[in-house]
Design a protein around this ligand. Sequence first.
Ligand code: ADP
Ligand code: MG
Length: 269
Amino acid sequence: MSGTFPLAFSVTSGKGGVGKTNISINLAISLARLGKRVVLLDADFGLANVDVLLGLTPKKNILDLLQGASLRDILFPTPYGFSMLPASSGSMLSLSTGQKFELLELVSELEDDLDYLITDTGAGIGDNVRYFNLAAQERLLILTPEPTSLTDAYALIKVLKQAHDVESFKICVNMTPNEKDAKNIFMRLHHACEHFLSGVSLDLAGIIPRDTEVRKAVIRQLPFCIGSPGCEASKALARLAATISEWEVPKHLDGNIKFFWKKLLFREN
Ligand SMILES: Nc1ncnc2c1ncn2[C@@H]1O[C@H](COP(=O)(O)OP(=O)(O)O)[C@@H](O)[C@H]1O
Ligand SMILES: [Mg+2]
């Protein structure tokens, strides 16, 4: 993809436990299988678990980066075709706005060497979640058919729209028993946004079925796209990756802005 910019997108949710980290990892693998260069940033500080789900133990993490280690030292190549920027669980429950900005500045140095930067955010509508959603060019919001996931997703969209004017959201429905339920929950969110949050645009990007292989993969600490490549969840992830590879990548950006929307970051303060 030389000559184009990478795309930075977040994988996010209002409610916890909806599958963000599993989707981030398996999406990174699926995009890598399409020949894309992918970096996964673990931005769920405090509950970081990308490395746990991968069964890997990187020696350095984002905290070391902020303390002066070089990005190349922190970037951890996984055996699955993508690299990760690990967080350190528990030891940095909150980053200051300055630290978050510095982190994104440092990560921006990678822009010539990657096609996708995936940010696995925490859940909720707190400071970190808002910040990384705002910084990303796209947001992949994970929903499940549970009513609480719907209300929490709506709350996140509302705060991003009203406080930060973020209007574009890609939706992925996870853990669904069938396609009909997935479309139904998506339409409910769509109607609520249409009624109460004028200007917000939602696009159904993917549907991932409830699949027993996902839980098994978590226990084995081996991503399901690797351990069970033929399972329904793996096939759904391959379709999601194909859809994402069609998303438009910005062609020209202000030279100082690079691939994060730094203007928006400044506006938050
Ligand atoms: N498609 C799925 N089918 C079955 N179980 C799933 C699926 N996606 C996620 N899970 C279950 O949900 C749990 C939470 O997933 P995780 O990716 O850690 O969520 P989050 O990062 O949003 O907190 C996993 O441990 C797994 O057992
Ligand atoms: Mg997670």
